[in-house]
Structures are given as structure tokens and as C-alpha cells.
Design a protein around this ligand. Structure first.
Ligand code: HEC
Length: 85
């Protein structure tokens, strides 16, 4: 069952984009936030700092409220665990 589900996901992702991101947040982050500076690692800042940065940077990157929400979710959900390879 898992395999079928993965194949369906891969298929859907393939329709939308040739690059497969593991989440919408990741996709937004690499598309919208890498234009002006390197991508900061998730683990570089605390959740609080990310939230305020995304408010600030959201203006620069012209993010919608929805996009900001997805980015905050992506950047804060793993916290320091994201340091694992
Ligand atoms: C239009 C250019 C531009 C875009 C797009 C942009 N940034 Fe930035 N960012 C900057 C500049 C310039 C600075 C440094 C000056 C400042 O802090 O305002 C900065 C600084 C930062 C910092 C602070 C680094 C530190 O050491 O405190 C973070 C975090 C950050 N950006 C995240 C993001 C994220 C997340 C996005 C996507 C939503 C994004 N940026 C999109 C221009 C941009």
C-alpha cells in the first residue's frame, strides 16, 4: 500500500514540476528565498526568530499570507532535529 501511495505522489509531483520537493514549504523556500542571499539552514534560528524573519522577508519576497504560513511551518517544525543528515 505504501508503495502505491508513493508512486501516486511521485506521479503528481512529476506533473507539477520536474524537481521533486518533499514539501510545499521546501519548494517555496528554495524558490522564493534564494534570490538575494544563501538559504539559511533551518537550524540556524529559533522558531521565534524564523517567524519574525519571515514577516520581514515575506515583504521582500512578496509572499502571500498562505505562503508565509507554509514557510513558517516548514522552517520551524523540525527545529534542531533538522541537523540530522
Ligand atoms: C529581495 C531580496 C531578498 C529576498 C527575496 C529574501 N531576502 Fe532575506 N535578506 C535580504 C537582505 C538584504 C538581508 C540582510 C539585511 C536584513 O537583515 O534586512 C536578509 C536577511 C535575511 C535573514 C537574516 C540573517 C541573519 O543573520 O539574521 C534571514 C533569516 C532571511 N533573510 C531569510 C529569508 C527568507 C526566509 C526569505 C524568503 C521568504 C528571504 N530571506 C528572501 C534580502 C532578501
Amino acid at each position: 500500500m505504501k508503495i502505491v501511495f508513493s508512486l501516486v505522489l511521485l506521479f503528481l509531483a512529476g506533473c507539477v514540476s520536474t524537481i521533486i520537493y518533499s514539501s510545499k514549504g521546501e519548494e517555496l523556500y528554495s524558490n522564493k528565498c534564494s534570490g538575494c542571499h544563501r538559504l539559511h539552514s533551518k537550524t540556524e534560528f529559533t522558531s521565534e526568530k524564523w517567524k519574525s524573519e519571515i514577516e520581514e522577508m515575506g515583504k521582500k519576497a512578496k509572499l502571500s499570507d498562505d505562503e508565509k504560513r507554509m514557510l513558517i511551518e516548514y522552517l520551524t517544525k523540525d527545529g534542531l532535529q533538522a541537523a540530522k543528515p
